[in-house]
Design a protein around this ligand. Structure first.
Ligand SMILES: Nc1ncnc2c1ncn2[C@@H]1O[C@H](COP(=O)(O)OP(=O)(O)OP(=O)(O)O)[C@@H](O)[C@H]1O
Ligand SMILES: [Mg+2]
Length: 628
């Protein structure tokens, strides 16, 4: 061990002394104000707390030279202007009880004092009901009369002028400006009824007019696409209400730049919330894709502590579990309702409320302008139309037409849809066909896509992706129930297994039945698949067994079904789903379409890709320049 250097400076100790007030303020300011955008945030909080309906933000040089926030709120009385700049001076709380139920953005009485410690600050304000307006110079404390209407303008110049070291940490003006605008956007998304505008170096950068609808503000401040590519969220779970919009998986981005979460109107970043969102999307969004969302959680203020972070960006929930659950369910439910596969679908005429039979899943169909209850699940069982698999490997069902059920063998509900594809929509089609959201199958394209027509035009379905989702959802429902229904094979499928596979099959002997599988050693180097999930009876049992064993080998056998359930089922579903290049009859295609309508989340495959798209007549017309 080397000796410590003899010249440790801390040994020359100073006596303990209280820091001068100015230094205390500067240290405290460091926690609140990191960059110009922090000042914008604090001043906007104050404006909104004062009841502003219109807020104008003016910036110069990315906010470093000037940040001015003007509001038409209630103003500050002349005699309180000087007090507003003192540390721990606030009009928003007066007791601990107030703090526990605080409903305003601010409550510490620190922001203006902090800003005043590190910049040149002045406040111009006219209090509602007062005769005139006054301006306070934060540095000199001078108060002079000025002319202005009711409201407040806070001007902050030369940020960090006294602390050049901090100023060096700032990025370019363009970057700081972007952060400032983002701070305004966050407030704007929380308060659609307030108008906002942002100016930079004399140029109008953003303007969001007061809106009656949250959707309008989301469209203005984010984009029309954000609204078109998201579903409405509205959910009450215990003492928690979650509203807003959650992006469809298709709208997910590589960056997490459109994720807005609010708790009682305050923008927050919270582990409980982000975990809940992630787990809600887990099923439809794989990999690194980032969902987009703007979600607003409303909860009794006494159930959340907002006083845990200097910038109030973090909160602590009294019961994290109830919040996690509410958020997760809110998003899952919203995403589960199948919706238009495409954002460009134009408004469609109101359709009759179609309700042949409420499906077990209760999936509702939320295409813009249409509100369907999807067709009954049993109305056409796609797999039931497949030839039953009876043998071992090498017994792949052929795609010969004779092996498929004929129109006569199809369930009664589908006979109506068998017929020449050339029929014009609506002409000979029955009411049911018109009302089927995914329409009536016309043909199969390249062994990959199903083409169907509905009242709006053409539907294109990726048949493997769609079927995979159906199989997956069914397996999941069964496993949630207890175990996946299994179907014994008449002749067990045996295969030469690796020692690892044999070991896994033995170790997981207790787990496999829950997955609907029975895999037992046949000899030291051979495994026999004796039963497979009924839903997957048509796939290759050996391939299925191999991939499930490979997945199980990565996990601890005792917990695998809970922890890795979704991945496992996803793997299994992929094996069970109809393969590309398999020829389908019109009946089978229709059966698949009806099952999609009855299946939750059927508009995305397990990997978050869309399973179908609508090409409207209008888009088709546009392709051919009709009606121009
Ligand atoms: N734009 C404004 N309109 C009306 N009153 C304001 C405005 N800005 C500040 N005030 C008054 O000045 C006080 C001090 O503001 P400051 O931001 O320092 O503290 P706060 O908002 O109470 O708490 P916090 O430090 O958590 O923001 C406020 O309590 C409020 O009464
Ligand atoms: Mg404040």
């Amino acid at each position: 061990m080397s000796a410590l250097p003899s010249s440790i400076p801390s040994l020359q100790r100073r006596p303990i002394r209280e820091l001068p007030d100015e230094l205390i303020s500067q240290i405290a300011a460091g926690e609140v104000v990191e960059r110009p955008a922090s000042v914008v945030r604090e001043l906007l909080d104050n404006a909104l707390d004062a009841g502003a309906r219109q807020v104008t933000v003016r910036l110069a040089s990315g906010g470093v030279r000037l940040i001015s926030v003007e509001d038409d709120g209630q103003g500050i009385p002349r005699e309180e202007l000087t007090v507003a700049l003192r540390r721990h001076a606030t009009s928003k709380i007066a007791s601990l009880n107030d703090l526990e139920t605080v409903g305003t953005m601010g409550f510490r009485g620190e922001a203006l004092a902090a800003i005043n410690a590190i910049a040149e600050l002045s406040i111009l304000s006219r209090f509602a009901g007062a005769d005139g307006a006054f301006a306070l110079d934060g540095r000199t404390g001078e108060l002079r009369p000025v002319a202005r209407t009711v409201g407040t303008t806070v001007e902050v110049r030369e940020l960090f002028f006294a602390t050049p070291a901090r100023r060096k940490f700032l990025k370019t003006d363009a970057t700081e400006l972007a952060h400032c605008i983002e701070a305004v956007r966050r407030h704007a998304l929380a308060r659609p009824e307030v108008g906002f505008s942002v100016w930079h170096d004399g140029k109008l950068m953003e303007q969001w007019r007061a809106a009656d609808q949250r959707e309008q503000r989301l469209a203005d401040a984010l984009s029309d696409d954000f609204v078109a590519q998201s579903v409405a969220v509205e959910h009450i779970g215990g003492p928690v209400r979650v509203v807003g919009r959650a992006g469809v998986p298709d709208a997910a981005r590589s960056r997490a730049d459109q994720q807005f979460f609010y708790v009682n109107g305050r923008f927050v970043r919270d582990k409980v919330l982000s975990h809940a969102v992630r787990s809600a999307y887990e099923d439809v969004l794989h990999g690194q894709r980032q969902p987009v969302y703007a979600l607003y959680l409303e909860i009794d203020p006494s159930r959340v502590d907002v006083n845990v972070h200097p910038t109030k960006i973090e909160v602590r929930f009294r019961d994290g579990r109830e919040v996690h659950q509410a958020v997760r369910h809110a998003i899952e439910n919203a995403l589960a309702a199948p919706r238009a596969g495409d954002a460009v679908t134009p408004a469609v005429p109101q359709q009759p409320f179609f309700k042949p039979n409420v499906p077990a899943s209760g999936a509702t169909w939320a295409q813009p302008g249409i509100h369907f209850v999807a067709a009954e699940r049993g109305a056409g069982d796609f797999e039931a139309m497949w030839p039953q698999r009876t043998g071992g490997p090498g017994h792949e069902p052929e795609s010969g037409a004779s092996r498929w059920p004929t129109a006569d063998a199809a369930p009664a509900a589908f006979r109506v849809s068998v017929g020449p594809a050339a029929e014009s929509p609506g002409a000979g089609a029955g009411t049911h066909e018109q009302a089927w959201p995914l329409g009536r199958a016309l043909a199969q394209l390249q062994g990959i896509y199903i083409l169907a027509e509905n009242s709006q035009g053409l539907i294109v379905v990726d048949m493997h992706a769609a079927h995979e989702r159906i199989v997956y959802e069914r397996l999941k429902t069964q496993l949630d129930g207890a175990a996946i229904t299994s179907q014994p094979l008449l002749i067990p499928a045996t295969f030469a297994a690796t020692p690892q596979e044999v070991a896994t099959a033995e170790a997981c002997a207790a787990v496999l039945p829950a997955l609907g599988l029975e895999i037992t050693p046949f000899s030291p180097r051979t495994l026999a698949v004796r039963a497979v999930p009924g839903t997957l009876a048509d796939g290759d049992p050996v391939e299925l067994a191999r991939s499930v064993l490979a997945e199980l080998a990565q996990h601890d056998a005792s917990t695998v079904v809970q922890r890795a359930q979704n991945e496992l089922l996803s793997t299994m579903a992929c094996h069970g789903a109809v393969r590309a290049n398999r020829k389908l009859t019109i009946d089978e295609m229709n059966a698949l379409l009806r099952q999609m309508e009855a299946t939750e989340r059927s508009d995305q495959c397990n990997h978050g890709r869309p399973t179908w798209r609508q090409l409207s007549i209008r888009e088709l017309d546009a392709l051919f320049m009709r009606g121009r």
